[in-house]
Design a binder for this molecule. Structure first.
Ligand SMILES: NC(=O)c1ccc[n+]([C@@H]2O[C@H](COP(=O)([O-])OP(=O)(O)OC[C@H]3O[C@@H](n4cnc5c(N)ncnc54)[C@H](OP(=O)(O)O)[C@@H]3O)[C@@H](O)[C@H]2O)c1
Length: 354
């Protein structure tokens, strides 16, 4: 008697990427390349490129994979009735409430939504408007940049972090097989704060106008980031908020590491510098495209935490103001705002903020 072979390329049901941008296209592409049924919900700006050229992802080692345009399932609205068992929420934080509302209108009660965004409050913000779905938090440690229409580059490495739960644990093998190794964490808030500390480099990168690697090789710019992280660490300690180390460098050493002379930094931070020379922060993309940034979810969180313990965080307040100024100038005039983008001036402005 012939063996009964049951094959199912997608034993997990379908995946929906909500927010087909840098992170969403990369994560969705990895799952689709592993044979899963993936649906992408996005804007015409990105979807048009995918329709024309397909979806290409490039890894830090330079290898690339392409999904043909014809194989992609692309949507401008959240589709219903597709048997979605996992949603990866990949919109910027300011779009979370509207994206969550749209998901709740189309998907069955209890559908799992992993909020793969930076910041601390996306799952909370989504639950507030769409309590019928199940939102859990995730953290993406690596950088992804859109380097052309339909082409996304993962510029660095790392393991995804997911809020610990029976359902997230069940997804770990599937994610690992798709080239997305992940771990679960009981204290995901500590992981999010650990990532937030590293992301305090994002506004510095955005104001510098440089790719990430080039920016990290500039001592004044590193010192600016160090000043922001140092202040945040002080606030976190006073608020007794735990942070998890997201890189092999313990968080408390980050300011010292960033202030090292460049030749020493290059040796000790070799892993941090293993970034594709084209990679840039997503805040740099936001400013370039005239979009609202996530500065409120980064420096703004440090300022809020400081206030909650009766303190101030003047350096993070100053950086919040600088980025808001550029955002508003863009909005009002359509032209790039003039911020103190010269490295030494930026450093002085942040280090002497009172
Ligand atoms: N890029 C990175 O390296 C990286 C790494 C780790 C974590 N993250 C975090 O991941 C999140 C996403 O970042 P990203 O860089 O991938 O952003 P992104 O490239 O801007 O992608 C988000 C996309 O979602 C679209 N969108 C927003 N609301 C939507 C809706 N209701 N329906 C359909 N599409 C919608 C956006 O369009 P509009 O622009 O028109 O709103 C945008 O195209 C952020 O929280 C970011 O901080 C990013």
């Amino acid at each position: 008697m012939a063996d009964l072979i049951l094959t199912d390329v997608s034993p997990i049901g379908s995946v929906l990427v909500m927010g087909a941008g840098s992170v969403g296209c990369y994560l969705g592409a990895r799952l689709a390349l592993a044979g899963h049924d993936v649906h992408f919900v996005g804007r015409p700006r990105v979807l048009d490129g995918l329709r024309e050229l397909g979806l290409t992802i490039t890894e830090p080692d330079g290898s690339s994979d392409t999904l043909d345009a014809g194989s992609l399932s692309l949507h401008e609205e959240v589709p219903s009735g597709l048997g979605i068992s996992l949603v990866l929420l990949c919109v910027k934080s300011s779009a979370t409430p509207s994206a969550a509302t749209a998901l709740a209108r189309a998907l069955p009660v209890g559908t799992l939504v992993l909020c793969m965004q930076n910041g601390l409050r996306n799952a909370e913000a989504a639950r507030a408007v769409a309590a019928r779905l199940r939102f859990l938090s995730g953290m993406v440690p690596f950088n992804v940049a859109e380097i052309g229409p339909g082409h996304f580059l993962r510029g660095s490495g790392g393991t995804l972090a997911l809020e610990d739960d029976e359902v997230t644990r069940a997804w770990l093998p599937t994610l690992a097989e798709a080239g997305l190794p992940a771990t679960t964490h009981k204290d995901i808030r500590a992981v999010q704060w650990g990532k937030l500390l590293l992301n305090l480099n994002n506004p510095v990168n955005a104001l510098s106008g440089l790719p990430l690697r080039e920016e990290l090789l500039q001592p004044d710019l590193r010192a600016t980031t160090a000043a922001l992280i140092e202040e945040a660490l002080c606030v976190l300690a006073n608020a007794r908020q735990r942070t998890a180390n997201v890189t092999p460098v313990p968080n408390r050493w980050l300011p010292r590491l960033m202030r090292l002379p460049t030749p020493v930094f290059k040796i000790l931070a070799a892993r941090m510098l293993r970034i594709d020379p084209r990679a840039r922060s997503s805040m740099a993309d936001d400013l370039a495209l005239g979009r609202r940034t996530e500065i409120g979810e980064l420096c703004g969180e440090v300022v809020r935490l400081a206030r909650s313990v009766g303190q101030r965080a003047p350096r993070n307040e100053k950086m919040l103001g600088l980025i808001r100024y550029v955002e508003l100038t863009r909005l009002a005039t359509g032209a790039p705002g003039r911020g103190p983008t010269a490295a030494a001036e930026l450093r002085r402005t942040i280090e002497t903020a009172t």
